[in-house]
Design a protein around this ligand. Structure first.
Ligand SMILES: [Cu+2]
Length: 660
């Protein structure tokens, strides 16, 4: 069973235990002395089952259970044992036929166990990992408050909170005043501890985490504003000049459908930028009328930091009427893309993106005769491939080498199937794989922001590219002589998924990932956290939201290891700017295929990924979930090289058009 399934099962068992303990309390309060033992027995059994699911999860990683082991289960265990000890003798007496009254203590104890079970689950959903002392104090005091309140409600006037037997003795004044004293001091203790816990949780966080490496060097500061790209091509290269104008537009797709978009030069996808290795890419970004402002981020392209297009960090967002020039050397060959990085959860979805393909210098690789760049984007629920919606056909002569460059510009993964031919997955995220073997009848899981290059020799019959198992849509490659383009494509939904960690052949890597200078762990979850100065039900990293997540500090030349753990039930496509990372393992299973260098990797529910890279591109880099709404909801932090500063915002500033 996958860790994700165990997480889900644990939630279900936790819910059942809450229900069982409440039912036991209610049954006893209603004096159902025959029913209560069965319900109480169920509550105890479900609680033991819960211990089992937590133990299973603990085997998958401490991150998945920390708050359950340190708080939830001990609290429930103590309350549950207390409830059994108090209710048990009472129920036994009733079972032996003795006429008994209602035991207020036992009822309160059963409800307290229910509150403890509920509180444990609430902590898991609202706080998660890591558990703090403040959270523990608040939670315990809230459960105590619940117990006190229940005692007041359950104890009818004249009844004692002590065991009530057949003939309750009349209380004297001393007992009443003692009861009041207990209630008042109990209440005061609860309020004080809750207040102290809340105070603890507002302690300022560390602003930096060093991952076990040294701190800031004495070297003078380096500004990201000075980390700009080259201003000339490599010898033999040319300058590729483009102007991209961001504007609101109504775009008509080939099917006739009109979409309300934000577009570069009126097109979705934006202009397909191409270059040859060594060229200088120079792009002037103009903003016509995007009120929020725009930038250009070169996704997966390890440009100098000042060209990275992150508002508030590497530049200010470009307001309407203004422009910004990006310049960088096309040193990386392969399939990449660009998109706005300002309010990107809106801007990219509405169409502010396009492709960037860099070809090797002539002679290094024969040009494919059919070379298609295919951004996959969803507009209002319709998947659009390279500005085409619905089924699209493309001619391809039999025997021709074909390269399909798929780019996922959405915030969710896509499943890609190539039907009708064997193929090789030649490159992932722009980087060539080592000896990728021929495969067929497999599904490819393409993460948000990711790119796959599929290569094959065109057969003499049609080939279908199927996205998300929608056989009616997608792309068809058709030999001119084959009239059977509309040929039936078999159901693709049952095809197994190609595991990239076991695809291709191993090869040497340029550093030893076992000897990392820094190691950072990021636990991804949902929880209550501050996001951009407001409390929210956030997408969190280590329990915090942007910009309150500590910066990760590295030094130039460090080998950096990252562990990314997904405690949540959603997929998080993790994306580090300015560097590609080498995949080391997933769920403890090492990568044994081709070295896999990616800029975005999908951490699915319950998964734990280990990656590493060498820090050789100084700057301040965003490190975030590329499900862009998740990033907006807090799942974003910064990786900062020691000594690098930014003039474009405060320590966590968000420079915008309004800064001018
Ligand atoms: Cu996410």
């Amino acid at each position: 069973m996958s860790t994700g399934s165990w997480i889900l099962l644990d939630h279900v068992v936790a819910l059942l235990s809450i229900a069982a303990w409440f039912a036991a309390g209610v049954a006893l309060a209603l004096r159902r002395t025959r029913l209560t033992p069965a319900v109480l027995g169920t509550a105890v059994l479900v609680t033991l089952l819960r211990v089992g699911t937590v133990v299973m999860l603990a085997g998958r990683g401490w991150w998945f259970v920390q708050e359950k082991v340190l708080l939830g289960l001990p609290m429930l265990g103590a309350a549950g044992v207390g409830a059994v000890l108090l209710a048990g003798p009472h129920l036994l007496a009733a079972g032996r036929g003795r006429t008994v009254g209602r035991s207020v203590r036992a009822v309160v104890a059963l409800f307290t166990a229910a509150y403890a079970a509920l509180a444990g689950l609430v902590v898991t959903f609202l706080v998660g990992y890591p558990l703090t002392a403040g959270t523990a104090v608040i939670t315990v005091s809230l459960v105590c408050a619940g117990a006190l309140l229940t005692a007041r409600v359950v104890a009818a006037p004249g009844e004692s909170t002590a065991e009530v037997d057949v003939a309750p003795a009349p209380e004297d004044r001393r007992a009443i005043s003692r009861r009041r004293f207990i209630a008042w001091t109990g209440g005061a203790v609860v309020v004080t501890t809750a207040g102290a816990g809340t105070g603890l949780s507002f302690l300022p966080a560390e602003s930096v985490t060093r991952g076990g490496g040294p701190g800031r060097p004495s070297r003078a500061g380096l500004s990201v504003a000075d980390l700009r790209g080259a201003d000339a091509p490599a010898p033999g290269g040319t300058v590729r000049r483009h102007v991209l104008t961001a504007q609101q537009a109504t775009v008509r797709l080939p099917s006739g459908r009109e979409v309300d978009a934000w577009a570069f030069n009126g097109e979705v996808a934006g202009p397909a930028l191409t270059a040859t290795e060594g060229d200088l890419v120079e792009v002037r970004l103009r903003n016509a009328d995007i009120e929020d402002g725009v930038t250009l981020h070169w996704h997966g392209y390890d440009v100098p930091c000042g060209e990275d297009g992150v508002p508030g960090v590497t530049q200010r967002a470009v307001p309407p009427g203004a422009d910004f020039v990006y310049r960088f050397r096309a040193d990386q060959v392969g399939t990449y893309w660009y998109h706005t990085h300002h309010a990107s959860h809106i801007g990219v979805r509405k169409g502010l993106y396009g492709s960037l393909v860099v070809s090797p210098r002539a002679g290094q690789r024969a040009d494919e005769q059919v070379d298609l760049t295919l951004p996959v984007h969803t507009f209002d629920g319709t998947v659009v491939i390279a500005a085409r919606d619905g089924r699209t056909e493309h001619p391809a002569p039999p025997g021709a080498p074909v390269r399909l460059r798929l780019i996922n510009t959405d915030s969710d993964p896509h499943r890609i199937v190539l039907a009708g031919t064997p193929f090789r997955l030649a490159a992932v995220d722009g980087r060539d794989l080592n000896q990728p073997g021929e495969v067929r009848d497999v599904g490819l899981h393409l993460p948000a922001g990711g790119r796959y290059d599929l290569v094959f020799r065109m057969p003499d019959r049609s080939v279908a590219l199927v996205v998300d198992d929608d056989r009616a849509g997608g792309l068809r490659l058709r030999p001119p002589a084959d009239a059977s383009a509309a040929t039936h494509v078999a159901d693709t939904s049952g095809l197994p998924e190609l595991d990239l960690l076991r695809y291709g052949a191993p090869a040497a890597v340029p550093f030893d990932p076992g000897r990392a200078d820094r190691h950072f762990t990021m636990v991804l979850d949902r929880g209550i956290a501050m996001v951009n100065g407001r409390p929210a039900y956030a997408q969190t990293v280590n329990g915090r939201g942007h910009p309150g997540i500590p910066d990760q500090l590295v030094a130039d030349g460090d080998v950096v290891r990252m562990t990314v753990v997904n405690r949540s039930l959603e997929t998080h496509p993790w994306h580090l700017h300015g560097h590609s990372v080498l995949i080391l393992s997933r769920d403890g299973t090492p990568s044994t295929g081709s070295p896999l260098w990616v800029d975005t990797f999908d951490v699915r529910p319950g998964e734990t990924w280990e990656v590493a890279f060498r820090a050789t591109n100084p700057g301040i880099w965003m490190n975030h979930c590329h499900n862009l709404p998740h990033a907006e909801q807090g799942m974003m932090l910064r990786l900062r090289y020691a000594g690098v500063t930014t003039p474009f915002g405060g320590p966590h500033g968000e420079g915008t058009a309004h800064d001018h």
